[in-house]
Unconditional design. Structure first.
Length: 190
């Protein structure tokens, strides 16, 4: 191989090996966080966050080098019942005001399969930050059929103790464990 061709091949290999993660913005119209908990042993109650923002820095060559940063206003919680929402926003639980946020910032990614990973991160809610692990699956990485942009889809699950975040009123009668199911779409930023 000629020296110039070898140098070009090495330069291409080196730039591919050190490629930076690409930034994807969450699609607020197709990203949801659904939570559920047991109510006094009688029923499972559900709530949701939707319309929130965030970014995924995705490294397709080395997914462990990726990161996630998501935030949502606590007052954007949907409970399906106005009185429940008012109670959750009261001092009994969040004592929330406009501008109070729930955030998740990844601190590490453990790739567990071709399309799966455990994403560890700091969940901050109600003034408390605790580590949480999201069992995550990449559901799709492809051009979006509606706009042609490179896009990603992810599903994830986790379980948290609400008492860890100072919203444990009525526990354990109302379950302390909250199951979380997340589904996100994100498109590559320009």
């Amino acid at each position: 191989m000629k020296p110039t061709l070898l140098a070009a091949a090495l330069a291409i290999t080196a730039s591919a090996a050190f490629a930076e993660p690409e930034t994807y913005a969450l699609d607020p119209s197709h990203s949801q966080v659904v939570f559920s908990y047991n109510h006094l042993g009688f029923s499972t109650t559900y709530g949701m966050f939707s319309g929130f923002g965030g970014e995924i820095a995705f490294d397709a060559e080395d997914p462990a080098n990726s990161s996630v940063n998501v935030s949502m206003p606590i007052t954007s919680m949907l409970t399906g019942w106005e009185e429940r929402f008012a109670h959750f926003m009261s001092p009994d639980f969040f004592g929330a005001a406009d501008g109070d946020m729930v955030t998740f910032v990844s601190t590490g990614i453990d790739v567990t399969g071709d399309k799966t990973a455990n994403i560890t991160g700091d969940l901050t809610m109600n003034g408390v930050t605790k580590p949480v692990v999201l069992a995550t699956e990449l559901t799709q990485a492809a051009p979006h059929p509606m706009n042609g942009k490179a896009s990603l889809g992810f599903d994830a699950t986790a379980t948290v103790l609400r008492s860890d975040f100072n919203v444990g009123k009525y526990a354990p009668n109302v379950s302390d464990e909250v199951e979380i199911v997340i589904s996100l779409e994100a498109s590559k930023t320009e």
